[in-house]
Design a protein around this ligand. Structure first.
Ligand code: URA
Length: 278
């Protein structure tokens, strides 16, 4: 085995690397019955431990209407139905954020540094929904803050929009460890919250960024390369219809720059729709 570094900075960097990668448990030679151990509190990262006092937890201001069972003890269906009940209870986006911040039904909450609820203008005519926060979004606590977000901003600028014109969120508001894809179960648990967020923001247009957002919000099975560029009707629970357009995820466009021409077509279609021409 490779020798461990001995100086403090190198050890801290190694520790940070493991926390970033989602490691939350050290293994040793002795077997342990983890089920018999009391549930450990999530260990804060070094950055969290050194950070100034955290922002007031909005969950404390508005306690959720019903105490949730701990995630480990609950069946996924039960958690999903509690999520629906909690999300429905929110009468404003602020209240929804508070409820979500106090929601303990999704295990991702415990490995994430922050809830990345939304960015931009909730009054905007357009809402964009991506998949899940990455490392930058997790650190900052807002969606689309990293390289994908920068590309997204450039694409918006190309059709005369910026973040003050649009509202941005994700189908899953906590970072999956190591940037893995959220599991279908995690998506199902978080879905009532993003559905309520869309309903409360009530945009005129919904842009689904990437396959997971399009498939989960629009209930389509086809991949994004088939659905992108076609207008769909997104139905809210209270019976409204929002015009929805799936498009390629900016992270995909960073990996496949030649596909940017397709993204460009979709953003142009959105511009035409905003101008009442499509
Ligand atoms: N990718 C997403 O889908 N959402 C983000 O917030 C960042 C990257």
């Amino acid at each position: 085995m490779q020798d461990l570094p001995t100086d403090r900075d190198a050890l801290n960097a190694l520790l940070d690397f493991h926390v970033e990668a989602g490691v939350d448990l050290a293994l040793d030679e002795t077997p342990h019955n983890r089920f018999a151990e009391p549930k450990a509190e999530p260990v804060p990262s070094r950055a969290q431990a050194q950070a100034p006092a955290p922002k007031a937890d909005p969950a404390r201001a508005a306690p959720p209407p019903r105490a949730l069972p701990k995630v480990a003890a609950s069946a996924p269906d039960e958690v999903a139905s509690l999520a629906r009940e909690q999300a429905r209870h929110a009468q404003s986006l602020e209240e929804l954020e508070s409820i979500l911040a106090g929601f303990e039904g999704c295990a991702l909450k415990f490995s994430a540094k922050n809830l990345a609820f939304a960015d931009g203008n909730p009054e905007g005519r357009v809402m964009l929904v991506g998949e899940a926060p990455g490392a930058d979004e997790d650190r900052i606590g807002k969606p689309f803050m990293g390289r994908s977000g920068q590309l997204l901003d450039r694409m918006l600028a190309a059709i005369g929009l910026d973040r003050s014109d649009v509202y941005v969120a994700n189908i899953v508001p906590w970072r999956p460890p190591g940037n893995r894809t959220p599991t279908p179960q995690e998506v199902a648990i978080c879905k009532p919250f993003i559905a309520r967020q869309i309903e409360l923001a009530s945009p005129e247009f919904l842009l689904c960024l990437g396959g997971p957002a399009a498939q989960n919000l629009l209930n389509v099975k086809d991949g994004i390369l088939r659905t992108r560029g076609r207008w769909f009707a997104y139905k809210t629970e209270d019976g409204r219809e929002i015009r929805a357009l799936p498009t390629l995820h900016p992270a995909y466009l960073l990996r496949q720059p030649l596909q940017k021409r397709l993204g460009w077509r979709d953003f142009t279609a959105l511009r035409r729709a905003l101008d009442g021409k499509e």
